[in-house]
Design a protein around this ligand. Structure first.
Ligand code: NAD
Length: 341
């Protein structure tokens, strides 16, 4: 099948070309992001493959449909960038990669916890500068801390198990609780309020949905412990950045580690080192000494890239053969099995 890939980098080409040896699709790679202006590039491609910062809103989908696109293959787990209602109305199927390596993202969240706690970003530069002072590098034992896990799905569960291994107690909050979480010895579900007010570290692993947008805002930050560590490897818009900045300035948020940022589509996945960044909020955020930002690299492991390429090409083969699409994304998620307390 002819597939148009948007927002591609060298590593996308390498991983997809290697895996495609077993699928034999016709791959065309575009560097540009998918948006209303670039959507015409997909003319003649029945399948379009997109990534997290590509836009597939109603306007883009209209152009794609008129160009003959029948399948949107997301090479990501999240699908908040697609107007599913419009896609369904236009008869465009949407598939995704629901799990490619929960370990990659969970381990990156843990890397942020350790980096912030032990101030590795400062220590690395100091030693390179022959500055062997420990002033300002004081950390704390993770052992005995309470860690709040918001979203106990695939990534949240791996993160929870790792933190349990450090000797932390776990509080979980999820709209769809699962029994495996409380099977981790030190874990129990709580209300969001209880999680926020009792956790030393809070890590976000829920999807971006209308009901989770700005889940972390002025009011929820006010409920947190003073000096809390907040980690977000999920989606930027889970956090109201302006409220987080106020929380950092007041000392309520003692550490912030983010791999995602609400306006990241203007910045991430590009080398902008020679340009003047126009996003003042981002510049302010990264000026704080207790903030570590990575540019959406949680997924970026060898294992994950290979799994992403395999599942994406297999999804497309299923579509081409008219088989059932096991990774199809539908407009609404299934109803909750059990309401959260
Ligand atoms: P998942 O579907 O397995 O788990 C998500 C969990 O969130 C589920 O248990 C679900 O019930 C829960 N949830 C849904 N609505 C909720 C709500 N309103 N409040 C609290 N919990 C809610 O997904 P996953 O594979 O664990 O991925 C989680 C998120 O991680 C994705 O949605 C994506 O945004 C993000 N992600 C980031 C990267 C990265 O590179 N940084 C890579 C992959 C995924």
């Amino acid at each position: 099948m002819k597939i148009a890939f948007f927002s591609t980098k060298s590593y996308d080409r390498q991983s997809f070309e290697a895996v495609n040896a077993s699928y034999q699709h016709e791959l065309t790679f575009f560097d540009v992001q998918l948006n209303e202006k670039t959507a015409v590039l997909a003319a003649g491609f029945p399948a379009v493959c997109l990534f997290v910062n590509d836009t597939a809103d109603a306007a883009v989908l209209d152009v794609l449909a008129s160009c003959g696109t029948r399948l949107l293959a997301l090479r990501s787990a999240g699908f908040n960038n697609v107007d599913l209602q419009r896609a369904a109305a236009l008869g465009i199927k949407v598939v995704r990669v629901p799990a490619y390596s929960p370990y990659a993202v969970a381990e990156h969240a843990v890397a942020l916890v350790l980096t912030l706690n032990r101030k590795l970003y400062k220590a690395y530069n100091r030693v390179r500068d022959d500055n062997f002072s420990l002033e300002g590098l004081l950390g704390f034992d993770l052992y005995g801390c309470t860690v709040g896990v918001v979203g106990t799905g695939k990534i949240g569960m791996v993160f929870a198990r790792i933190m349990h291994g450090f000797g932390c107690s776990l509080l979980g909050y999820d709209a769809y609780p699962n029994t495996q979480f409380e099977a981790i010895g030190s874990a129990r579900y709580a209300s969001l309020t209880e999680l926020l007010s009792n956790s030393d570290i809070i890590s976000l692993h829920c999807p971006l949905l209308p009901e989770t947008r700005h889940l972390i805002n002025t009011s929820t930050i006010a409920q947190m412990k003073s000096g809390v560590m907040l980690i977000n490897t999920s989606r930027g818009a889970l956090i109201d950045t302006t409220a987080a900045i106020a929380g950092i300035k007041s000392g309520k948020i003692g550490y912030l580690g983010i791999d995602v940022y609400e306006q990241e589509d203007e910045l991430f996945f590009q080398d902008l080192s020679d340009t003047i960044i126009q996003d003042d909020t981002f510049q302010l955020l990264q000026s704080f000494p207790n903030v570590v930002i990575t540019a959406h690299q949680g997924f970026f492991t060898r294992n994950a890239l290979e799994n992403i390429a395999t599942t994406t090409l297999s999804n497309i083969t299923d579509f081409e053969r008219g088989q059932s699409l096991q990774n199809e994304v539908f407009e609404r998620p299934p109803a909750p099995l059990k309401a959260v307390v």
